[in-house]
Design a protein around this ligand. Structure first.
Ligand code: GDP
Length: 330
């Protein structure tokens, strides 16, 4: 097994020990290292992650998604404070692919969860701001492992309900929760985008505004869920109504998470899902690595424009051009 591992420098050994000893500065520094795009940092980050991997895996990994304004940060703050009250340590990470486009993050920024960020039992880290969705998700996965090695018992990964980021977050967490507004028809949006299919738990937030509307939304979502094939024979997706602002329903939410964990552990699906996620992550890395290697290959770079032109002009079939380009990889 050791042959697979890269050796750790003395400096990074100290960093790893700092993380294991629960020093926040060491954790923050380690996350900065894994987020760096410099090749020499990448090598150090890999070694650091390998050293800490055996100490990871003990947290409950909770994914939370919903459109902007649904109340994610209000909810995560209320949930985080509830868990801290129960003696747990909570890390909040974010996957926000828009941050790489705009340079600013709509998620995970500390000022959104002011009370939670002041607690010494909480750690809030904004979304990595560079790279594609795949790159951002990869860094968040790695940050999650570091947070677990540090000793956080709950890791919340937040994402916005736009685009593909939900699938990425569902692929790195044990339970994926979708926050919905108490509006009729909202559920149809989620179904269209395929998000409801990957949700293990659905929350209708802002139930304080109009409890009747919230109940109606809950009934609608429940009937919509009937049309979907359940992901597990041992779990029926619950729909809860909740008010993050009034802190009403947060304890029941956590009780559902615990019920889910127990059911999945009992059936063996909990570990099965994690094993599957780890392998899927490896294949994602292989795919993106191969793509990068392909694009950077000198012969590919040289011949790509002409072959693209030939395909566009109908002078070459896409299949033969692809074969030729792939052939350059040897
Ligand atoms: P995010 O964009 O999903 O993170 O949403 P925020 O947490 O920033 O919330 C958006 C707005 O909705 C804020 O003004 C919150 O105070 C408000 N809000 C969040 N949860 C609730 C709730 O349960 N009830 C009510 N009435 N307002 C809420």
């Amino acid at each position: 097994m050791n042959a697979l591992h890269t050796p750790l420098s003395a400096e990074d050994q100290a960093l790893a020990e700092g993380v294991l000893a629960g020093r926040l500065r060491a954790l923050a520094k380690s996350i900065t290292l894994i987020e760096s795009r410099r090749p020499e940092h990448r090598e150090r980050a890999t070694a650091l992650l390998e050293a800490l991997l055996p100490h990871s895996g003990r947290a409950m990994r909770v994914g939370i998604s919903g459109v902007p304004g649904v109340g994610k940060s209000t909810f995560i703050e209320a949930l985080g404070l509830h868990l801290i009250d129960r003696g747990l340590k909570v890390a909040v990470l974010a996957v926000d692919p828009s941050s790489s486009l705009t340079g600013g993050s709509i998620l995970g920024d500390k000022t959104r969860m002011e009370r939670l960020s002041q607690s010494t039992s909480a750690f809030i880290r904004p979304s990595p701001s560079s790279g594609s969705l795949g790159g951002v998700a990869e860094k968040t996965r790695e940050a999650m492992l570091l947070c677990e090695a540090f000793g956080f018992e709950v890791v919340i990964v937040e994402t916005v309900g736009v685009g593909q980021s939900e699938t990425a977050v569902a692929g790195m967490t044990d339970i994926f929760c979708l926050l919905q507004l108490p509006n009729a028809g909202d559920d149809l949006q989620a179904i269209k985008k395929g998000i409801m299919e990957i949700a293990d738990l659905i929350v209708v937030n802002k139930a304080d505004i109009d409890p009747r509307a919230a109940q109606m939304a809950k009934a609608q979502i429940k009937s919509a869920l009937h049309m979907l094939r359940p992901a597990s024979p041992n779990w029926t997706v619950p729909v809860l109504t909740l008010s993050a602002l009034k802190n009403d329903g947060v304890a029941s939410f956590w009780a559902e998470i615990e019920r889910y964990r127990t059911a999945m552990q009992r059936s063996g699906e909990f570990e099965g899902k994690r094993r599957h996620q780890a392998l899927a992550w490896m294949w994602e890395m292989i795919d993106s690595g191969l793509r990068a290697r392909f694009r950077d290959h000198p012969a590919v770079k040289k011949n790509l424009p002409a072959l693209c032109q030939a395909v566009e002009d109908g002078q070459s079939t896409p299949a033969s051009a692809a074969l030729r380009l792939l052939g350059y990889l040897g």
